[in-house]
Design a protein around this ligand. Structure first.
Ligand code: GLU
Length: 427
């Protein structure tokens, strides 16, 4: 039988990266097995917030390329059915009314056990299982009731979810058995910790898909990185395309212990992915990213600057800081120590023909020699006057791109002309 799995986020806000991790493992499993990956929103009401969160979840999954099969389903739609089943369980004396709520009668003896596909055999003594509420006194069914019920109704074969749901599993197994359902297999994937070993949270940095997107990570790098958290193909392969991940993924190689989310490693991997993009595609991504982030920098110029930064930045989010000077004048980060070289450099630049990186470089090197300066000594003030910064894209390429007039203007009057006269950003 083909496998069928589901990703069942609660619509409580932006999609947490830990949830995406779970979604990814479900998706890889389904695609590897040629099965189905369903998206179920575990809503219990229909407020505006829920609607916004639901849209957000789908948008994040789409951006990541985690496509789901069929229509999105909503837990709320199953409420009437859930109430019916609860009433049936009461009639069969498998559940009982208690202060207006309906509670499930857990067995007191024996144990509830399952063979977790990741954690192995797990056994809970039944005496430890409390009689869980199936339907609250206000008529709303609980997660521990509707979620397994939906798994049954949807024909879910494998419940793949985060390890914090392990304690729910014996309860859900008992409920499913009482309903007479065929039991799914369970696989509980490792949780994610921050670098300090504590549960990954806002304190550690970006945690929602939107935040990673806004910081300029690209989906293929993010997915590749998430796949390596708690799963490995072998003991050394790290860079894997989407297709390779699908081909190689198996639950057997998912580990048991919590994985550490290492932001540095993600940045490194993102840089690797960015550098290997074909130049045109790199420019496309950059243009799309800047538009999304509200920059109104001219697209043609962004495309011209793109090749100068592709080797140098690890996230698209570094672009504005690194390349802003192409779009507007940027005040120097520190005072010019010795600007004596600048007027002479301006004169030299006025003469260079053609005004191209190679000829500019030759002319400025010759100038440095003539003044008895080391290239670094001569070029650093020029760089600072031109870009505002001490680390920038290649100086000669930058001069070429800025053009003769603008370059000379900046070098002749360093520290003037700010305020966006030559360009503007929306933020
Ligand atoms: N809504 C639950 C969550 O977001 C899903 C739990 C499950 O997969 O059963 O954690």
């Amino acid at each position: 039988m083909a496998v069928r799995v589901r990703f069942a986020p609660s619509p409580t806000g932006f999609l947490h990266i830990g949830s995406v991790h779970t979604a990814l493992f479900n998706w890889l499993f389904a695609r590897h097995e040629g099965g189905e990956f369903l998206l179920r929103i575990e809503n219990t009401d229909t407020s505006r917030e829920v609607e916004a969160a639901t849209d957000q979840i789908q948008e994040s999954l789409r951006w990541l390329g985690l496509d789901w099969d069929g229509e999105v389903t909503f837990q709320l739609d199953r409420m009437p059915q859930a109430q019916e089943v609860a009433n049936r369980l009461v009639a069969e004396e498998k559940a009982y009314e208690d202060d207006g709520a309906i509670r499930f009668r857990m067995p007191d003896e024996g144990a509830t056990a399952w063979d977790d596909l990741i954690l192995g055999r797990i056994e809970y003594p039944n005496e430890k299982l409390e009689d869980v509420v199936l339907v609250r006194s206000d008529g709303r069914p609980t997660y521990n009731f509707v979620s397994p019920l939906e798994d049954m109704l949807d024909g879910i074969t494998d419940v793949i979810r985060a390890q914090d749901h392990v304690p729910n599993t014996p309860k859900q197994l008992q409920i499913l058995a009482a309903i007479g359902a065929e039991l799914p297999r369970y696989a509980h994937v490792p949780l994610l910790n921050g670098p300090d070993g504590k549960k990954l949270s806002k304190r550690h940095g970006a945690i929602t898909v939107e935040e990673f997107r806004a910081a300029g990570f690209i989906p293929e790098a993010l997915l590749n990185y998430l796949a390596l958290l708690g799963w490995s193909y072998d003991d050394h392969t790290e860079v894997m395309s989407r297709d390779e991940l699908i081909q190689r993924f198996s639950l057997e190689r998912v580990g048991k212990s919590a994985a550490t989310f290492d932001y540095e490693k993600l940045i490194h991997l993102n840089g690797l992915y960015l550098r290997t993009l074909p130049p045109d595609e790199y420019a496309d991504r950059l243009v799309a990213y800047l538009r999304e982030q509200g920059y109104d920098w001219h697209e043609d110029l962004v495309r011209k600057v793109a090749p100068l930064v592709q080797e140098k930045i690890a996230t698209l989010g570094e672009f504005p800081g690194f390349a802003r000077f192409f779009f507007e004048r940027v005040p120097p980060v520190e005072p010019l120590e010795d600007g004596a070289v600048l007027p002479v450099a301006a004169e030299v630049l006025a003469q260079v023909e053609p005004f191209e990186a190679a000829t500019i470089e030759a002319a400025l090197r010759e100038l440095a020699e003539r003044l008895g300066l080391k290239p670094r000594q001569a070029f650093q003030p020029i760089r600072l006057a031109l870009t505002g910064s001490k680390g920038s894209p290649g100086l000669f390429e930058s001069l070429e791109l800025l053009g003769r007039d603008e370059s000379i203007a900046r070098i002749s009057a360093p520290g003037s002309g700010f305020g966006g006269a030559s360009g503007s950003s929306a933020r």
